[in-house]
Design a protein around this ligand. Sequence first.
Ligand code: IPM
Ligand code: MN
Length: 366
Amino acid sequence: MEKKVTVLPGDGIGPEVVASAVKVLQAIGKKFHHTFHIAYATIGGAAIDQHGDPLPQETIELCEESDAVLLGAVGGPKWDHNTAELRPEKGLLRIRKHFDLFSNLRPVQAIPSLIKSSPLKDDLVKEVDLLIVRELTGGLYFGEPRKRTNEEAIDSLVYSRLEIERIVENAFELARVRRGKLTSVDKANVLETSRLWRQIVDEKKAQYPDVEVEHSLVDSTAMKLITNPGAYDVLVTENMFGDILSDEASVITGSLGVLPSASIRSDNFGLYEPVHGSAPEIAGKGIANPAATILSVAMMLRYSFGLKEEATEIEHAVNAAFNDGFFTSDLATSGNQALTTDEWTEKVLNKIDPSFVSDSIITTYI
Ligand code: IPM
Ligand code: MN
């Protein structure tokens, strides 16, 4: 297989974690005889500094020519006081909208060797294997009208039937190949958009008799995610609820540093990025945890390229590195020495290819 991947390192620790993930992608290519052509472009604060635009036209064009996009992270204190259009986050919102990446998948799975890092009790965490399916291109983030004066501000929560149908169908399909349980999260006791959402879920469920469906209000879901996270399989929800619940879910298993995400279009083109942000306080030190970005590459292989075996290989390599007691500083406990980003990446590369030597990876540019 031959694929083009655009890499957008972004800000903070973004460049460091994507460098690791690209090495892993190339190692998988070598092992399974695929060619991944890698090209780099700017986004976020880095793009504002270089081009005066958080999503320059040339970045859009490069992504349009590619089969998938890998993104590091955007944002940092340097740009916090910029106007709305010149904030790094705006680059992320625009790329999601431009490429119609409506389906955001955020899996949260217990990793046995990391359970001790969770703030929750071991027993609650060890069964956790859930997937948040967040609608990503509608709702409050993009609704019109939108305005602000000194006296009044408006954000609009708008959803069309088609926008709800496609994300709900996507979630049913995913639930069907997992444990067959779908929780649709809304605020139907208050919001009209949620009532339409609930109605559409009910209409669709006849097509998926093999999937057990429940409706759950977002406030009580937020509570149950912490008191009984093992009860969930697939959760589907609108943009803002998904944003909040996925940050909440990210602490269940212990570390934000290990959570990947995928933002996918209906033809499987996708953008893959770690759930964590740019962590400016540790940027440039070579100590960031690249696991989430490496696992995002696994999601790219699975969802955009249909390479399931290769994806599983990466996931096993990451788990094996943790099981062997190798951790970066965010996860290392007093008994374990913390590895640098590069050292930890080499452990993963060694699991994929035991004969791996650092300079055997050739990066190809297009
Ligand atoms: C996320 C982030 C973004 C969002 C921000 C950076 C715009 O929090 O990907 O969850 O709110 O979607
Ligand atoms: Mn978020």
